[in-house]
Design a protein around this ligand. Structure first.
Ligand SMILES: [Fe+2]
Length: 202
């Protein structure tokens, strides 16, 4: 398996708890990052462990997506977490480490990724790394809006204005109805079977 390592440091001037609040929050994914994330679904969250599914667009606005299962283990006291993302189609994984560090007036977010990539990508790793960096960078720029707002009105617990999000459950249900109603095309053939069981055989 070909693996590529990417290290990114993001430097912002918001307080540590606001940056952490944003970093560990998945509720904002769909409405803050619509170019990257189409839908998400929380499977488990006991505060120290978060497990969720999300659908990520390969390129903004184009209808190609990948679904990832993310398992995140948080160390809240030390402002860090470890996360594995698994592409549910290919099985390829991303091993992600996030940690925050106060540096004078700034908070540094250290993002480290080990990304399993298809063999084809190993022929142009630098282009791939630049593309990934570009996408993460645009997400961080979108996140700044959250940090700015939460710095003014409060953090993650203040969720009164959180909009409804499109979940993978909604998507699955829509697809289910579309298949059964024939909206997604007719079935090729229908086969019928029937069997009868006789009770008290002996
Ligand atoms: Fe974000």
């Amino acid at each position: 398996m070909v693996k590529i390592r990417i290290n990114r440091v993001t430097k912002v001037k918001y307080p540590l708890d606001i940056v952490w609040d944003n970093a560990q929050d998945y509720v904002h994914f769909v409405h803050t990052h619509p170019k990257q994330i189409r839908a998400m679904q929380v499977i488990f969250d006991n505060s120290n462990i978060q497990i969720f599914l999300y659908k990520s667009l390969v390129l903004p606005y184009l209808p190609f997506s990948r679904t990832f299962l993310a398992i995140r283990v948080l160390d809240r006291e030390n402002f860090l977490y470890k996360q594995i993302y698994m592409d549910t189609d290919s099985g390829r994984k991303i091993y992600y480490h996030l940690s925050l560090e106060q540096d004078g007036d700034f908070v540094l977010t250290h993002n480290k990724y080990i990304i399993e990539v298809p063999k084809l990508v190993s022929y142009f790793p630098s282009l791939f790394a630049k593309f990934v960096n570009f996408r993460f960078s645009s997400m961080w720029q979108e996140d700044l809006e959250i940090q700015k707002t939460r710095n003014l009105v409060g953090g993650f617990d203040n969720d009164t204005c959180a909009p409804e999000i499109h979940t993978l459950y909604d998507e699955a249900l829509e697809e289910y109805e579309d298949v059964w109603s024939g909206k997604k095309g007719p079935v090729t053939k229908i086969y019928e079977f029937e069997e009868t069981f006789l009770e008290n055989k002996d």
